[in-house]
Design a protein around this ligand. Sequence first.
Ligand SMILES: Cc1ncc(COP(=O)(O)O)c(C=O)c1O
Length: 274
Amino acid sequence: MAHHCYFNGKIDSVEQTNIHITDLGLLRGYGLFDYFRTYNGRPFQWDWYWERYERSARLLRLPNPVQKDEAYQVVMSLIEKSGLDDCAIRFVLTGGYAEDSVSMSKPNLLIISEDIHPVKPEEYTSGIKVIAYEYVRDLPEIKSTDYKHFMILQADIKAAQASDVLFHKNGYISELSRSNVFIFKGDTLITPDTDILKGITRRTTLELAKGHFKIEERSVKLTELLEADEVFTTSTTKRVLPITKVDDSVLGSGKIGPKTQFLLDLINEKIKNW
Ligand SMILES: Cc1ncc(COP(=O)(O)O)c(C=O)c1O
């Protein structure tokens, strides 16, 4: 559930926030977003999320209407207004209103506070099942609002009793619909470095893994993932979550592996002390 929304300079309840039908996000899919959460009431890795938001805006040629300090003040007001110990914050930046449905004048920025939708606790032990699907996101390094392939696949994911989809193309994997992917081969931690959104949790995980494992950021074949010792995915809401099945193939031991557990423990520790 969304609570409050900052829209072009003003905070209101979500019900009272209205956006006009000529918005280019709606008419042309011209928009981006970012999404982070708080731990202990403080935005987790705020600097990194802000950096990514600004980069997405630059690459989509959308002028960013707020400075970092001002945005932080808005975020802190939204957190306070939510009345929750922890909440999620979503930035949405669109091309703004265009009477001729093309010409951009001023972007629209929404900053929204939302409930967090956590992963089921048992999935941290059992792992999740994903379906494989041949596709690479358009402009993958930008956090654009285009998730239509994921939406189209909803029924297939449900029919397969899976939780998500693993994108691959020409034999190489990229990411899940809303999270990054890692594999362990012995003591080497490997993660794709192209055709992906560089997740903030991916970055945190790589930083935490340094000094414990050999790290390779490179192209990863789907066959390599299927034969890996351990596979896991990372995202803001999932943290470090094991993947134990791709379609009908069982991965590793079929449950969380010891090295994935080690990284999950490290990230949980970081969050506890955030
Ligand atoms: C396509 C895609 N890849 C990866 C991620 C993971 O990013 P983060 O760790 O910043 O949540 C997301 C998050 O929404 C995403 O949408």
